[in-house]
Ligand binder design. Structure first.
Ligand SMILES: Nc1ncnc2c1ncn2[C@@H]1O[C@H](COP(=O)(O)OP(=O)(O)OP(=O)(O)O)[C@@H](O)[C@H]1O
Length: 247
């Protein structure tokens, strides 16, 4: 069966405005629907910068970058924001939850900026709140008392799962997770991945996952390594795909 490309990049280059000390340069990359990609590289080599391009937060200086068939560089800032709200769920390293809101309130917030995601969530469970409750339960957060607390009073592991539910609500096509496990130990990270993968596979979403914990990478379909060349002050991408068992 032919695989559908979700992301396709050719000869893209990015530099921060007013900074000549860092260039991100990618010759060619493709990501197919449902693929799970592990992204690694030393601190400062450009992992977050790359995610910011793929999610349309920043715009490439040259080259072609197509995400879900849209050329991101031809969209305005506002159009890219809407594109991201509709199609991309993000789990940040520090989760970026609103600490005074409850888990359910935080999760449904992701649909506030996207009618498309709100409609998909309602079609699934009848209401945004019910879909948030369903996803939180899937991520093993179903204790009523806990769900009624402001999230600022919850543990890091609990906040991380709420952030994942917020990224997943409304079944976005792509989930981007930027070091979501950096404050957890390896075992807890593994069980978080189990939960995340189950939900991602259920909606055939594509996952881009940045982590320094290289023990996790065997579970992914492909690995991207960003390498920084100090002399040229340039980061480039090395792509690998682990051999898959044919059984
Ligand atoms: N807003 C910005 N303006 C200018 N330069 C920036 C900005 N954000 C990041 N940089 C620079 O871009 C380079 C890549 O940073 P980036 O955060 O993408 O790296 P990273 O691989 O994600 O690092 P880490 O693993 O430490 O999170 C660094 O040299 C950084 O200083």
């Amino acid at each position: 069966m032919t695989k559908v490309n979700v992301i396709k990049a050719e000869s893209i280059v990015f530099m921060w405005p007013k900074s000549s000390s860092f260039t991100l340069s990618i010759d060619h990359l493709t990501v197919t629907k449902g693929e799970k990609v592990f992204i690694q590289g030393a601190s400062g080599c450009g992992k977050t910068t790359l995610l910011s391009l793929l999610s349309g937060v920043n715009r490439t200086h040259s080259g072609q970058l197509s995400v879900l068939g849209s050329q991101l560089s031809s969209l305005s800032g506002g159009q890219r924001d809407q594109f991201r709200a509709d199609h991309i769920g993000v789990v940040f390293q520090l989760f970026n939850l609103l600490p005074y809101l409850t888990a359910i309130e935080n999760v449904v917030l992701a649909c506030k900026f996207s009618k498309q995601r709100a409609q998909k969530a309602i079609a699934k469970s009848g209401s945004l709140e019910q879909e948030a409750i369903r996803l939180l339960a899937k991520l093993e957060l179903s204790n009523q008392q806990l769900l009624n607390k402001p999230v600022g009073q919850l543990s890091i592991g609990q906040q991380q799962r709420i952030a994942a539910a917020r990224a997943l609500i409304g079944s976005p096509d792509i989930i981007i997770a930027d070091e979501p496990t950096s404050s957890l130990d390896h075992e807890v990270s593994e069980s978080f991945l189990d939960l995340l993968f189950t939900e991602i596979e259920a909606c055939n979403a594509t996952l881009l996952f940045v982590s320094h914990d290289t023990r996790l990478k065997e579970r992914f379909d492909s690995t991207w390594t960003l390498m920084h060349d100090q002399d040229k002050q340039e980061s480039r991408l090395l792509l690998t795909q682990p051999e898959r068992s044919t059984s």
